[in-house]
Ligand binder design. Structure first.
Ligand SMILES: Nc1nc2c(ncn2[C@@H]2O[C@H](COP(=O)(O)OP(=O)(O)OP(=O)(O)O)[C@@H](O)[C@H]2O)c(=O)[nH]1
Ligand SMILES: [Mg+2]
Length: 380
């Protein structure tokens, strides 16, 4: 489980089996506030409608392992990195320049991007020379090891961002429709399951439906939502929200923001202001600036990340919709280029489809390698 939960929220306790159950069981954990020694906060009204209501919690009971879910998507399609690699290597007798040229094209078109692909190729060439590799199949392991190295290198412990005391404040940012609000609901549900008090702040005042969407999530998982009227100044809503979170001694405050184009100067300025305002009541906050990226947008996710990072210093990433792409390469590309840790990956719309990111598990799924069976897939 993510180090956030380990360090601050479990203080040496062992993870219980209950904590690892699907979020589907969340509504049963009613006494969230009681557990935290606080007065129960009535769930917000739910009569409002949202343009995108959150998916129902409580249906998915048979949770497949993250490996299986990822593999379903990343491993089966003929377009995946591993299947394309298998086709490239099949029947090759030697490693030569022609093979490297084809490999270069394959890596770039698998969303690894030019820089990351070139780095991978260089490593592969060095390895071939150093270890005197002659079997083209050996290239697969070289690539797998290097991609894992990229993921591990950027995977700084999440506990480093935790405050020593006071609420843990997470500001969530990203372009329109990437899955910010949904991910907030899912992350909040994780905290709720671990017995923490959570306040959600509706910093997306742009659309009334956005506020309602967050309120529905709040109602579902039994957490309070701080919201202002639609079209009100997001900075002032966020200012009040953080003040309320501090006054009521919440463990976690999660701030939603309106989706915005990374290229819109005005909207990025507004985001900078929101970030500054969070620090007015609590100078160390936000402790985590979480950028949500839609993995299906490929290379565009990288330019989004660069501009959001420049504006608000992103400290963690959530990559959503990995269930919607066969090109898991974007994850390696982002880790290699940005060196920002991936905290969560979204692999579906269900409430428990947000999983802690595990580099080894991810690479195994990407390369269709099931260690439990000690085997790799056969070419499709
Ligand atoms: N398949 C899939 N869909 C997802 C995932 N995460 C979010 N979604 C869906 O993506 C859509 C947009 O999600 P939102 O959470 O509203 O996105 P947002 O970033 O808050 O959108 P704005 O507030 O409009 O900028 C919804 O239909 C979600 O159910 C995921 O991991 N996989
Ligand atoms: Mg939203």
């Amino acid at each position: 489980m993510l180090a956030w939960f380990k360090k601050k929220f479990f203080k040496g306790q062992e993870e219980s089996a209950a904590m690892l159950e699907p979020v589907a069981a969340v509504p049963a954990i009613q006494p969230v506030e009681e557990a935290a020694g606080k007065p129960a906060v009535p769930p917000p009204a739910q009569e409002a409608t949202a343009s995108r209501p959150p998916p129902e919690i409580g249906e998915e009971q048979q949770k497949p392992s993250m490996f299986k879910r990822l593999q379903e998507r990343l491993g089966k399609s003929r377009d995946t990195l591993v299947h394309r690699l298998d086709r490239l290597l099949l029947g090759r007798k030697k490693i030569d320049q022609e093979l490297f040229d084809e490999l270069e094209e394959l890596l770039i078109t698998a969303d690894l991007g030019v820089t990351t692909a070139m780095h991978l190729l260089e490593t592969a060439k060095e390895s071939v020379k150093r270890d005197q590799l002659s079997d083209p199949q050996a290239l697969k392991k070289v690539l797998r090891d290097q991609i894992l190295a990229f993921l591990v290198a950027s995977n700084r412990p999440a506990e480093l961002v935790l405050p020593e005391s006071g609420p843990f404040v997470i500001m969530v940012v990203g372009v329109n429709g990437v899955g910010k609000t949904t991910s907030i609901g899912k992350i909040a549900a994780k905290f709720v399951k671990s017995g923490q008090s959570v306040l959600l702040v509706a910093g997306d005042t742009f659309r009334a439906a956005a506020i309602d969407q967050l309120k529905i999530w709040g109602g579902r998982i039994g957490v309070e939502v701080h919201a202002g009227p639609p079209k009100s100044d997001p900075s002032s809503v966020v200012f009040d929200g953080v003040a309320r979170g501090l006054a009521k001694d919440y463990d976690v405050i999660i701030i939603d923001t309106a989706g915005r184009l990374h290229t819109s100067v005005n909207l990025m300025e507004e985001l900078k202001k929101i970030r500054r305002v969070i620090g007015k009541n609590l100078p160390s906050a936000p402790h985590e600036v979480m950028l949500v990226l839609d993995a299906t947008t490929g290379q565009n996710a990288l330019s989004q990340a660069k501009l959001f990072h420049e504006a608000v210093s992103v400290t963690g990433l959530t990559l959503t919709k990995l269930d919607g792409t066969a090109k898991g390469g974007i994850v390696a590309n982002i880790c290699h280029e940005l060196k920002i840790p991936v905290r969560f990956i979204g692999i579906g719309e269900q409430a428990d489809d947000l999983r802690d990111f595990d580099p080894q598990e991810f690479v195994d799924a990407l390369f269709n390698r099931d260690d439990s069976k000690g085997s790799e897939s056969q070419p499709a």
